[in-house]
Design a protein around this ligand. Sequence first.
Ligand code: AHM
Ligand code: MG
Length: 341
Amino acid sequence: MKSISLTQFLIEQQREGRINADLRLLIEVVARACKRISIAVGKGALGGVLGSAGTENVQGETQKKLDVLSNEILLEANAWGGHLAALASEEMDDPHPIPDRYPKGEYLLVFDPLDGSSNIDVNISVGTIFSVLRCPEGVKEPDEKAFLQPGTQQVAAGYAVYGSSTVLVLTLGDGVYQFTLDREQGNFPLTHAKMRIPEDTSEFAINMSNMRHWEPPMRRYIDELLAGKTGPRGRDFNMRWVASMVADVHRILTRGGIFIYPRDLKDPGKPGKLRLMYEANPMAFIVEQAGGAATTGRERILAIAPAQLHQRVPVFLGSKNEVERVTAYHLTPADRADAYA
Ligand code: AHM
Ligand code: MG
């Protein structure tokens, strides 16, 4: 493959009329911020950035120093370019306005600055997830309501994984592209174009320790996978769980698989662990663009009309045939449960 950089890729996308100059700038700025976060993550203990910040976010989760730093890097990088109307982050209670001294643009940026941050201190991959929406017409001071758009309205989404290498995965609604950070050059050459998730898989990703809290269709699905060759599926399945959504989704994008964070009854008030706007929507957009599927177990994630910025949803995504099967189990009355045998 002819190696082009992210910059060149975006200019070509603009020439072909898929994006405008502001969206090109926005993606460039996010990529540059991810590069800075990658450098901070890469320093580890030497950078004095490991450990807890001693604060809690709106979700009641303890923030890591790197959660706070990554959030600041993204805010600072995106404030002055004139391409954004406002930002929203998993780490902030309310939307963040663009300071009055800077011009405002037509886009809204939503992000999880450091996903999987419980893994930072043990040197396991973490990442950044982002989603881009249009600011509704006529809205000058975007509040929470301006952000509450279904995932189908996303104009771009992506994630970075800070792993053995740093990769940036991006969709502008016309396929999925992977760029790899060249640490010497400081740029992001394109390393995979039009990524495709195989429709079938023998690999699943789930936190099994919650099994006793799952709903019956979930238990049935996983029981069948665990039964392997001698069970109803007639073959063995393998399990992988990094506990870092970016890393688990990246594996699935690369070689297939199904990722599940289902609703569980441990805390009946919570419909799921992962957040619709910061995690589920951008990942669902990417996965669908790569030929996979993404549901809550009952409905397409991208079709959900959000009610709150920090809303949580169950997430099932990855290889199409597995996502459709487990979704059908949730929708099929128990007496027709063998429909998929
Ligand atoms: P975070 O955004 O606070 O890091 O939480 C999200 C993470 C996901 O990356 C991952 O899939 C999940 O939480 C792991 O949960 P668990 O600790 O139950 O395995
Ligand atoms: Mg997260």
